[in-house]
Design a protein around this ligand. Structure first.
Ligand SMILES: [Zn+2]
Ligand SMILES: [Zn+2]
Length: 329
């Protein structure tokens, strides 16, 4: 059930917008009052129902989408950035996101232009150890348009240009390389996007699986520690519901990943096992045989992110060669 649009007081509104066909069900878009018009934190999925919910939600509180002054996007995912372009078209608003996610938007747009996405996915699956049987099940992914190119790129610590308010960008890479939490310093509140959610943990994946220069789970754990200390009265995530104890929640999410790291470490031995085999041996919400190829592909990216941390901690070693396989270190 999608909650109703809500006045949170202090010139802040919660506007839940649906994500049709997705178990997350809705994105919590927030509107912040400013003398130049409301500024949105995230915009929601690009879909007619989401657009209607956003415009109706604003109208409930006497605002129009044409009045929107700006959209700050916590990260480039379509349930957050999807509608930002349409809001900009309707209002002339600026769109802001972190530089690292702006780079991904540019790369995504050029990949779509070259129609290179599907070959890239099949190649990376094969190298992870998936066989032809796995790949035969390769569905045509639902087409998602790349998000709009932002007008402003934010860096860690920047104040978002929001007249008469203090909204500070906190760079929290992990779930996406340019994920931002936004600290509303004048109100003791923080918008956590997908970084800290009350009951679920965000997807942390390594893409491509053998990319050498990144450690998204390591980044994520460091980003959890960064926001865990913030003195705030209320946490405003992009899914589920608002909550209060940010420190406790960040500790619980970190503990969850330590458990996963230990599970994965226990699967390693002297004989190399491929990423695909290791992933299929881990516990997932759905049993491995029932998972779609797309779910398996995301699961492998999560396992790869955990293996990267184990490598860094000296508990796993990648076997030399084209196929991705690991042993204990
Ligand atoms: Zn996300
Ligand atoms: Zn999300």
């Amino acid at each position: 059930m999608r909650p109703k649009a809500e006045d949170l007081g202090g010139g802040l509104w919660s506007l839940p917008v649906p994500i049709p066909g997705n178990p997350l069900a809705y994105t919590l878009v927030y509107a912040l009052e400013s003398p130049r018009g409301p500024v949105l934190v995230d915009a929601g999925w690009e879909h007619e129902d989401a657009w209607d919910a956003l415009t109706d939600g604003l109208a409930t509180f006497g605002m129009e989408v044409a009045d929107v002054h700006g959209v700050v996007v916590t990260h480039h995912h379509p349930d957050h950035a999807g509608l930002a372009g349409r809001v900009r078209e309707a209002s002339g608003a600026w769109i802001a996101m972190h530089r690292a996610d702006a780079e991904i938007v540019r790369a995504f747009r050029s990949m779509v232009e070259q129609d290179a996405g599907r070959t890239w996915i099949a190649d990376s699956l094969r190298r992870a150890g998936a066989d032809d049987g796995d790949l035969a099940d390769h569905p045509r992914r639902r087409h998602i348009d790349p998000p709009a190119q932002p007008d402003r790129e934010l860096e860690d610590g920047d104040l978002v240009g929001l007249p008469a308010r203090r909204l500070r960008a906190i760079w929290t890479p992990g779930h996406s390389p340019g994920h931002l939490c936004l600290h509303l310093e004048d109100a003791g509140r923080v918008f956590t996007g997908d970084h800290v959610l009350p009951r679920i943990t965000p997807h942390i994946g390594l893409y491509p699986y053998d990319r050498a220069d990144t450690d998204p789970l390591g980044d994520f754990l460091a980003s959890l520690a960064r926001v865990g200390d913030l003195a705030v009265d209320e946490v405003l995530p992009a899914h589920q519901f608002r909550f209060h104890d940010l420190a406790a929640r960040t500790r619980a999410i970190a503990a969850h990943h330590e458990t996963r790291l230990a599970e994965l470490a226990a699967l390693l031995g002297d004989e190399p096992r491929t990423l695909w085999r290791l992933t299929s041996a881990l516990g997932w919400r759905e049993p491995w045989p029932a998972m779609s190829l797309q779910s398996r592909q995301m699961a492998a990216a999560e396992a790869a992110a955990h293996l990267r941390v184990l490598e860094r901690r000296g508990q796993a070693r990648r076997t030399p060669g084209e196929t991705l396989a690991y042993t204990t270190a």
